[in-house]
Write a protein that binds this ligand. Structure first.
Ligand code: BG6
Ligand code: GLC
Ligand code: GLC
Length: 839
């Protein structure tokens, strides 16, 4: 009995002494809570620096955007290939993500070796090797001759600008293939795959292993928003608010950030906690000075740290009676799996003895206890350091969400975490101590990072397919040069039909003579009233023209025309117009003045002189009754009479295109075309009288109002009309009419966009398939939205140049609208009446 007690006492004492000895020797490796909190705060600062644009270039923790924006939502499906390169094992996989909403993932995989001569040889050979392994896998599994999307898990720091691209910043861990750093690994692998002609594989996503891990775990637990690897290397990713990511455009939602925390300390910020052992290990590594945090933590280095320490202790006579074996002198002889075995709860001590014996040492009981404790100190420090950085990430998440308490899940993976018997519980405990206001669940990724990579690829392939379908729809609107030349030819023919007496009655492009035969010459003068009806606004103007100096002064007022008047009776419409004139005269103090008036009336009118115009048919948003077939000048005169308050001398009625031509022609006598791209679309131009068969006389020129908006009303451009044009037409006031106008002008473009949006939504390609009430409302998408996105005038000018290469065209914007032109015509008409015909 006494002997047993004595033994126990002896053993406890022995243990205590050994532990004290080791603790003394490794004093610097034992980190207090205070130090851990300090490291946590430093890492918070590092994250800030990595995220901000100006500090990112010099930051050691790179905080790389991954272009992964959402965790899986269960709707992912399809068959994918996956590669997993950069951890302790290289795997090729086929992943089948469930159809029919059953959350199910099936995987088949195969490991391939990664010999040093490949991973540290020539870069191109590395990618060829990877492609060969993939080909072998596809061969074995009978997957060739079928198209597959592929997700590439590549566990090294890559700078990404999109999901399917990543430039390797630097190799880490065991890899050091030449000529890869600074290149896009996706295109490198794509190129290498070209050799295999029977392989049709499209790399859709490049993901870091941390990202894959997070996504794998998020598939099962939607709270998962952090991924941590404690394996060969160590790293973490987490979901960051877009508004905090300077390097990526946009503020909406979140994006996963690959922190690359392994590089923490590379700028010297951890020198106070690094020990002589860490420095020695670093010097002997493939990448000295780099990944200093990783080298204190991860599986590739822990065994080596232990070896360095044991050797030093032996040299100092603290172990093995001062004896050292040649194995103990050899780099890499102690591996992390040994450390894990030595720390095993029950067999640990026996394992230690065996491992030391294998190293050619003859350890005493005391040595074994001491070595075991060395392992504990080294692996405990690793867990502590990881915990500090992870606590910083959790705090950041909590603060981003402005929560007092955060409930979250961390997806975990990596051999050290998985095989070390004590590691997980130590890590969890320290994290919970450092962030008491976070409820953290640690979830081990059983299936590695590939399942997650497949989720990312699934989303990417869905987006790609959607993009394709959207492109197909939009392709209908992208007219080829050939199509445009076709339109040009047809338009040309229609213009001819309109001009010829024989074909005119059936022509869709009406080619209406305007009885305007020349440009203003600068001698015009006087005070005029002008009306401008038919565009977006109704305006009444007073125009004062002074001769000689080509100077014009204008005063105008805009009036609204309510919908019920635009679409009421003709009498109501013209009474309203006269009411507006009365208001304007009042406002200008001109009541009673008998002024000549020019009437810009932007609808097709058949004219027999400058002051007569019979409305052919309403267009755009007007549909007042009893006007079509009537002379609009007469209607205006009658309305003035009805009011019986003032008299006006209506001298000219002009189309807005003509008014515009005159406005610009006043400044530039070379101007001979007037074009309106507004609510409606139309053009006028100066035509040779001899070509205008509807008007007597062959001398000189007359302005023709083409009314080209009606082009296509005979079906001649149906080949370029889309289902959306048809829908817009059918919902309009004048179905079947003005087809060209409905494809070109402001009143309809927004509507076309709305029809496209509705269709894409119905197809499930937009807005999650939900058509909102507002989107159902006609006219809700205004054309001005389009012009905020696109510039039209540039496209118009460029296409004209392309299709009419022998015409040198200057485009001049009519700043003053067509009212000024109407007044100028009025001035001319007042002088010579009638203005065109000499007889
Ligand atoms: C695996 C993942 O489970 O863990 C890999 O599938 C990852 O993507 C690896 O790189 C990390 O652990 P280790 O220990 O293999 O480096
Ligand atoms: C290294 C790599 C990193 C990876 C980690 C874990 O730190 O740089 O990208 O996530 O190892 O494998
Ligand atoms: C409509 C009218 C036309 C007008 C054009 C521009 O096409 O029919 O007369 O010029 O719109 O406003």
């Amino acid at each position: 009995m006494f002997a047993v007690h004595l033994m126990a006492f002896y053993f406890t004492k022995l243990k205590e002494d050994q532990i004290k000895k080791v603790d003394r020797f490794l004093y610097h490796m034992r980190l207090s809570d205070e130090t851990l909190l300090d490291i946590m705060a430093r890492f918070q600062g590092e994250m800030e620096r990595g995220l901000a644009k100006d500090t990112n270039p010099t930051a050691s923790v790179k905080m790389l955007p991954t272009f992964v924006r959402a965790i899986p939502d269960g709707s992912e499906n399809g068959e994918f290939l996956s590669l997993d390169l950069g951890g302790s094992k290289f795997r090729v996989l086929k992943v089948q993500v469930s159809e029919e909403g059953k959350q199910q993932v099936q995987m088949e995989s195969q490991f391939y070796p990664t010999p040093n001569e490949i991973i540290r040889g020539n870069g191109s050979e590395l990618f060829e090797y990877v492609a060969d392994c993939l080909a072998d896998f596809m061969q074995t599994k009978d997957l060739k001759n079928k198209k597959f999307p592929l997700g590439l898990t590549f566990s090294f720091p890559c700078r990404q600008t999109k999901l399917e691209e990543g430039v390797l910043i630097s190799w880490t861990k065991k890899f050091k293939a030449r000529g890869v750093q600074g290149t896009d690994v996706v295109s490198r692998l794509t190129n290498a795959m070209k050799k295999h002609e029977d392989m049709d594989v499209d790399i859709l996503a490049l993901v870091n292993d941390t990202v894959g891990t997070m996504m794998t775990c998020a598939y099962d637990d939607p709270y998962c928003e952090v991924g941590v690897i404690i394996g060969t290397g160590t790293n973490a990713c987490y979901m960051e608010d877009m508004s905090n990511i300077d390097l990526v455009e946009g503020d909406e939602g979140r994006m996963c950030i690959n922190t690359e925390w392994g590089a923490f300390g590379d700028d010297g910020s951890l020198e106070d906690i690094r020990t002589e052992f860490d420095r020695e290990l670093d010097l002997g590594s493939l990448n000295p000075g780099k990944q200093l945090f990783e080298k204190m933590i991860s599986g590739l280095y822990l065994g080596e740290l232990v070896r360095i320490i044991l050797l030093k202790m032996a040299k100092a006579g603290l172990l093995f009676g001062g004896e050292k074996s040649s194995a103990l002198h050899t780099k890499g002889k102690i591996e992390t799996r040994h450390v894990a075995a030595m720390e095993k709860y029950k067999e640990g001590l026996a394992n230690t003895r065996e491992i030391l014996a294998d190293l050619g040492l003859e350890p005493s009981e005391a040595d074994c206890i001491a070595v075991q404790h060395v392992c504990t100190v080294v692996s405990f420090r690793s867990a502590n350091l990881c915990a500090a950085a992870l606590a910083a990430i959790l705090t950041r998440l909590r603060e981003n969400k402005k929560l007092a308490r955060l409930r979250t899940t961390v997806g975990m993976d990596g051999t050290l975490y998985k095989i070390h018997p004590q590691y997980p519980k130590r890590l969890h405990k320290v994290v919970r101590k450092l962030v008491p206001n976070c409820d953290v669940r640690f979830l081990l990724s059983e299936s590695g990072s590939t399942k997650g990579a497949a989720m990312v690829t699934a989303v990417a392939s869905r987006v790609q397919a959607q993009r394709k379908r959207i492109d197909q729809v939009l392709a209908l609107f992208q007219l080829t040069r050939e199509q445009l030349v076709g339109v040009q030819g047809k338009m040309r023919a229609e213009l001819e039909y309109g001009l010829k007496r024989q074909t005119h009655p059936l022509a869709t492009v009406k080619m209406l003579p305007t009885y305007v035969c020349g440009m203003p010459d600068g001698t015009e003068k006087g005070k005029f009233l002008a009306l401008d009806l038919g565009g977006t606004n109704f305006r009444v103007l007073l125009v004062k023209i002074r001769s000689g100096r080509r100077s014009v002064r204008m005063y105008n007022k805009i009036f609204a025309i309510p919908l019920e008047i635009m679409q009421g009776t003709g009498e109501e419409l013209f009474d309203h117009i006269v009411q507006c004139i009365a208001d304007f005269l009042d406002y200008m103090g001109l009541k009673g003045a008998q002024l000549p008036l020019g009437f810009t009336f932007s609808f097709p009118c058949r004219q027999t002189s400058i002051d007569k115009g019979t409305l052919v048919g309403w267009t755009k948003g007007f549909k007042a009754t009893d006007c079509e077939g009537e002379d609009v000048v007469d209607m205006l005169r009658e309305a003035i009479k009805r009011r019986n308050e003032f008299d006006l001398d209506i001298v000219a009625v002009v189309n807005d295109t003509v008014g515009t031509l005159m406005t610009c022609g006043y400044e530039d006598p070379n101007c001979e075309i007037g074009l309106i791209a507004g609510t409606g679309s139309n053009l006028c131009y100066m035509e040779e009288m001899r070509n205008i068969e509807l008007v007597e006389g062959d001398e000189g020129k007359m302005c023709i109002n083409t009314e080209w908006g009606g082009f296509g009303d005979n079906g001649c451009i149906d080949d370029i009309r889309t289902q959306y044009d048809t829908e817009v037409d059918e919902g309009s006031l004048n179905p079947g009419k003005q087809r060209y106008e409905k494809m070109t002008s402001g009143m309809y473009l927004g509507e076309i966009v709305r029809q496209i949006l509705i269709d894409l939504t119905k197809q499930g390609l937009l807005f999650r398939g939900q058509i909102s009430e507002r989107l159902r409302t006609r006219g809700i998408f205004e054309t001005k939205f389009l012009s905020q996105i696109e510039s039209f005038s540039r496209i118009l000018q460029e296409t004209v140049k392309e299709l009419a290469p022998r015409c040198d065209v200057a485009f001049v914007l009519s700043e003053d609208g067509s009212g000024k032109g109407a007044a100028l015509i009025t001035a001319v008409a007042k002088r010579f009446h009638p203005p065109c015909n000499e007889n």
